[in-house]
Design a protein. Structure first.
Lengths: 635, 329
């Protein structure tokens, strides 16, 4: 028996030894230099290294894995790679709303026309000249899905480098014109590739008849089509989005070299002006499942992602060279009330609940660097309120400070009392139990914030339960009235912080979640002077106001009324974290203060600092703006 | 022959039931995937949420208004032509093209892992049956207890931290290096091997325990059989009893389990593949489900179902071949 065991053990050990040998041999393969998975630039754990190849490694992002990857952006084949490959006429730096011309050289607004002159030295990355017809192609091909077309009569190609935008009556303000002209990614449909589709759309457009109905429902270019033509347009769009291109063709500074499911190599587009002067000659995008380890081990140069305070500190200490910049997002996180159910249909109760919540502990568990606001919700991005609302008006806004005694008094004045179990009951002796839903995919921002709000409400006397709900269900359920409250974005815009954009999002998406159907009946609220405002109409009228004071006045009234109506609680304005590796890049913002803050930098203190940091985030300044400026350099 | 035809018929019926069930259940799932995708698109392209919603809805290759029976008829007609459909989110991704990418990687990694863990499991299981006490038995029991208690993705994370980020011996993620040209060339083959080591190691570590316990149970059962006692009474050497009587007979149920495991492996392991971003069936399944890409998901599930049904059929036939006492009738 013993011999048998020894023999068997010998067999097993031989087998395991072979496996270990294979393991070691394949591991050695990484040291042959054939493997780009390891860093080409940074073998040191801390301190600067020489980035000879002028490569920027960017972690995170999404692109379809081959064979899904291709060159048709509208066909969802490109993903985040497009940030480095494409350009638009203008670029808006999110947060400052500063418009930066890119493909546009000059522009002017005259009456109902805007003329844009494009640079005449630009080429697509396949070498074809970029002309005004390429821009025209974008707007025609996206006729039904581009917001600007609803405010336009026509787009005319004046010459190879001049476009004329003819605005529909009533003409929108110059500010709104610029924001619409800067919206979306435009130089993405080269005419020399998609021309046949564009020309067919142009032919169908000739058959359209002028629209004469409700101006708020104006169709693209104010044209109404017969059913056959509508179908033809839809089919053309389908055929267009199914066009298969091997790689994206853009006018931007970089172009795609190689792609796998986890890596994209971008090289300089030789046709981009002064391409040889770009500081970074290569961009390597890469994704992993564990970004904490990636950052800790300095295996990347750039990443955008917010982490809990302790984890962020741990990563900074482990890495020795990573720098973290917190940056205010144009989004707030808050609790939206379902105003269809009792007692949340009562404004006074909503205001009292706003007063109950102490926002600091919520902010600390959900997003440490975020900024609390004293408002209920105002419809605007909170950090922009001083920019758009006069000081004297701002002084009239109700503030909510987490004062539970004040909240209790508000309820008592309205006839509420506490029962023997310490729970609030209304005049009819009815007590209430709330459910707060949170998007399960939001992590700390969702269920952790919801749990803290639920704890505070329960402690105050309203039994409340937090519930994590799957991402694809939570919004539709809330819109159907399934929960009493929901944690979601409030007081936000998706990009530009302009008040019209922010209010449009509020009086649409947020009100719908709160159970207010603006299409069924107008929402009339009173402003600080007791004047009635039809909220939807008031918001729409912002589009057409050119006078700055008139604009500020109306913004102030809408924001005040929104805050007073209190259909949600603004918990905090969100902050994202941007990570950069000081070992491989120099010229980073606040570089002389890295030591002072131990690389966990403070929120930007000036608009210039904000922009310097914002451009490090491709979502806030797309089209490789940070690399085009050449301020951040390889070491 | 009758037995084979009957089994084949049952398998076909199973397949039809699977096709219809998957099709209906997926369409009954609640949720609006366009909503979160529109949020992401609005943020990325700098457009309004409403505009983003319209764009995503236009791009979505699925019409929820179409009656379900019409969808089913269209789907079955496509199946009969070998067309499993096209992803709802990306017109470039047909189900067949995704299968052609994902299936080879999954088969490659899982079959190697399965073979290694099977061999190790058989040897160690038999050893445990022979040596019921002592340090070897205790060590193996300890190992099995630990790996059974730790979820596979935790083992994947631990291996990643040690071998990728600390020792920097293996790549972080993916299936092969971006710098090699896919094809039959040495750099590509070496790169594929290099990238597959950690996923394979994770599979082996997590699945060996099951094989060990199965083999131990089977061996102990065989060791208690009358024919083993009879052989011992006849004075047949221990070595021969172990090899010819115990191991051979104990492995019969293992072989059928192995056949079934090969069928089941086509589904990959979403958590392990997810950790290493290994582009196999499991990773695609998780992605398709997360994105509510029903067409892609049902195509992948169908492929997995076919492999499981086939594996069952093979296991049934194999069992009768391995054990002459079992007749097909």
């Amino acid at each position: 028996m013993r011999n048998l065991t020894v023999m068997r053990l010998r067999q097993i050990f031989s087998f395991v030894l072979i496996l270990v040998l294979i393991f070691v041999l394949t591991a050695c393969y990484s040291n042959t230099g054939n493997d780009p998975g390891t860093s080409p630039t940074n073998d040191s754990d801390s301190g600067p290294v020489v980035n000879k190849e002028r490569v920027k490694r960017i972690a995170g992002g999404y692109w379809p894995a081959p064979p899904g990857f291709g060159g048709n952006l509208i066909g969802a084949q490109v993903g985040d790679v497009g940030y480095y490959v494409y350009e638009s006429m203008f670029l808006v730096i999110v947060g400052t709303d500063r418009v930066v011309p890119r493909l546009a050289k000059e522009w002017k607004h005259e009456g109902n026309k805007t003329t844009v002159v494009l640079h005449d030295n630009r080429k697509w990355s396949d070498g074809t000249d970029f002309t005004a017809k390429d821009m025209w192609a974008y707007y025609l091909i996206n006729i039904n899905s581009s917001a600007i077309t609803r405010y336009l009569e026509a787009i005319n190609v004046v010459d190879d480098y001049t476009l004329e935008f003819v605005w529909a009556e009533p003409v929108i303000s110059d500010t709104q014109k610029m924001l619409l002209l800067a919206e979306g990614w435009q130089a993405v449909t080269p005419y020399h590739i998609f021309g046949e589709f564009v020309e067919q759309v142009a032919e169908i457009m000739k058959k359209g008849t002028p629209y004469t109905g409700d101006p708020t429902k104006r169709p693209p270019f104010g044209l109404v089509f017969e059913k056959d033509d509508q179908t033809a347009l839809k089919n053309l769009y389908n055929d267009f989005k199914n066009v298969d291109m091997e790689k994206p063709i853009g006018t931007g500074p970089y172009m795609v070299d190689k792609v796998t499911n986890v890596e994209v190599d971008l090289v300089v587009n030789p046709y981009f002006p002064d391409s040889d002067k770009l500081e970074f000659q290569k961009i390597k995008m890469h994704t992993v499942s564990d970004y904490n380890s990636l950052l800790s081990s300095n295996e990347t140069d750039s990443f955008v992602g917010t982490l809990p305070y302790d984890m962020a500190r741990m990563i900074l200490d482990a890495s020795g060279t990573m720098v973290m910049y917190p940056l205010l997002e144009q989004k707030s996180v808050g609790v939206i009330f379902n105003t269809r159910v009792q007692p949340l249909n009562d404004k006074l109760v909503r205001q009292a609940l706003n007063e109950v919540i102490n926002k600091k502990p919520v902010r600390e568990v959900a997003n440490y660097w975020a900024v609390e606001t004293g408002f209920a919700t105002i419809g605007l991005v909170p950090s922009t309120i001083e920019k758009y609302v006069d000081k004297d008006v701002l002084a009239k806004f109700a503030r909510y400070t987490g004062n539970t005694e004040k909240a209790a008094k508000m309820l008592e004045d309205a006839g509420w009392t506490k029962n023997s179990q310490g729970k609030w009951v209304d005049r009819n002796g009815r007590s209430y139990r709330f459910v707060i839903a949170a998007n399960a995919g939001w992590g700390a921002q969702g269920i952790t914030a919801a749990s803290e709000v639920a704890r505070q409400l329960t402690e105050f006397g309203f039994e409340t339960e937090a519930k994590a709900v799957e991402a694809t269900i939570v919004v539709s359920n809330m819109k159907a009235g399934a929960y009493d409250m929901m944690i979601d974005f409030v007081d936000m815009t998706w990009n530009i912080s302009d008040p019209y954009k922010a209010f449009s999002s509020y009086y649409g998406d947020i009100t719908e979640k709160a159970g207010i159907d603006l299409s069924a009946a107008p929402l009339i609220l009173k402003d600080y002077e007791g004047k009635e405002l039809n909220m939807k109409e008031a918001v729409s009228s912002l589009l057409y106001i050119n006078d700055e004071q008139e604009y500020r006045d109306l913004v102030g009234r809408i924001a005040w009324a929104t805050n007073d109506n209190a259909i949600a609680i603004n918990l905090y304005q969100n902050v994202m974290a941007i990570w950069e590796n000081s070992a491989t890049s120099k010229g980073l913002p606040m570089e002389d203060e890295f030591k002072k803050y131990d690389r966990m930098m403070p929120l930007p203190r000036t608009e210039e600092e904000y922009e310097e940091i914002a451009i490090l985030n491709r979502a806030y300044a797309p089209f490789a703006e940070v690399f085009v400026r050449n301020k951040v350099k390889p070491r | 022959m009758n037995y084979f035809l009957r089994k084949l018929g049952t398998s076909l019926l199973n397949l039809i039931a699977v096709v219809v069930t998957i099709f209906i259940v997926l369409r009954m799932m609640p949720g609006d995937i366009i909503e979160p995708m529109a949020r992401e698109e609005a943020s990325r392209l700098g457009i309004t949420y409403e505009e983003a919603y319209e764009r995503v809805a236009d791009r979505y290759n699925y019409n929820p208004q179409e009656p379900i029976y019409q969808q089913l008829v269209r789907y079955v007609k496509g199946l009969l032509r070998g067309d499993l459909g096209t992803s709802m989110l990306n017109p470039k991704n047909t189900v067949v093209s995704i299968l052609s990418v994902a299936l080879p990687w999954t088969i490659f990694v899982v079959s190697i892992s399965l073979i290694i863990s099977f061999i190790l499991g058989m040897q160690l299981g038999a050893l445990m049956a022979i040596r019921k006490r002592g340090i070897i038995n205790n060590s193996i029991t300890f190992y099995v207890t630990i790996v059974s208690a730790i979820p596979s993705y935790i083992i994947a994370i631990i291996l990643s931290i040690i071998f990728v980020y600390q020792l920097r011996l293996f790549p972080k993620s993916g299936v092969y290096s971006i710098d090699v040209t896919p094809g039959f060339n040495m750099p590509f083959i070496l790169s594929v091997l290099h990238y597959s080591v950690l996923p394979i190691t994770t599979y082996v570590i997590t699945s060996t325990g099951g094989w060990i316990l199965n083999m131990k149970g089977s061996s102990v059962h065989v060791l208690g059989s009358d024919y083993v006692f009879a052989a011992q009474a006849r004075g047949i050497p221990e070595k021969i009893i172990m090899r010819r009587y115990m191991k051979k007979n104990a492995m019969i149920p293992m072989i059928t389990i192995l056949a079934m495991a090969f069928g089941g492996m086509i589904g990959g392991a979403p958590l392990i593949e997810g950790q290493f971003q290994y582009l196999g069936m499991g990773a695609y399944l998780a992605k398709a489900l997360g994105e509510r890409d029903f067409i892609l998901y049902q195509g992948l599930l169908l492929c997995i179902s076919i492999s499981v049904i086939l594996a069952n059929l093979v296991a049934d036939l194999l069992y009768s071949k391995l054990d002459p006492r079992i007749r097909l009738e």
